[in-house]
Write a protein that binds this ligand. Structure first.
Ligand code: PNS
Length: 162
């Protein structure tokens, strides 16, 4: 298999949303294999879910997708990608507001590893306003977010905030 047939989709995924799912499904239309890579060394913000919990939920949400692997990583994304033999990072883009931060990361990643390319997949319109942090906020106030996340994530959010 050519190295370009493999892509890494990195993120915090705290938790995994239908927007993330949409990006994975689109990436599978382009790449033979996709690694969903959960960042295991978040900086200041304490995550709501542990890395193991996040990986478990992603695994369940993607059950049956044989071309997807769920993994975690520490350190720099480009180093992780190289260690897996991947030359492509996949990122999702929602609205224009994502652009600045994503451009900064993509250009810095290119500087760090010129052989690793970033491609952006546009969210579908239905997911433009879906973000993990907004959903956590809504769920923390007891409201139902099952419209925006895979069933397993909706269940875990309910348990966390019950
Ligand atoms: O889901 P997120 O929080 O938008 O994902 C951001 C992530 C994990 C892709 C980004 O923070 C990242 O790549 N972190 C790893 C550290 C790193 O490589 N930093 C340099 C990027 S310029």
């Amino acid at each position: 298999m050519k190295a370009r047939a493999l892509a890494v989709y990195p993120g915090s995924f705290d938790p995994f949303t239908n927007g993330h799912l949409d990006v994975v499904e689109r990436a599978l239309g382009i790449f033979d294999r996709v690694i969903v890579a959960v960042l295991a060394n978040p900086d200041k913000r304490a995550p709501l879910f542990t890395v193991e919990e996040r990986m478990g939920m992603i695994g369940q949400a993607l059950e049956g997708q044989e071309r997807v692997e769920v993994d975690s990583f520490r350190g720099l994304t480009v180093d992780y990608a190289r260690s897996r033999g991947a030359h492509t990072l996949v990122k999702g883009l929602r609205a224009y507001s994502d652009f600045d931060a994503e451009l900064q990361q993509a250009l810095m990643n290119r500087k760090l590893a010129p052989d690793v390319h970033t491609i952006f997949l546009m969210s579908s319109f239905a997911h433009i306003f879906v973000s993990s942090s907004i959903l956590k906020d809504i769920a923390s106030h007891g409201r139902d977010v099952s419209e925006f996340v895979p069933p397993v994530v909706a269940q875990r959010l309910k348990e966390k905030f019950s």
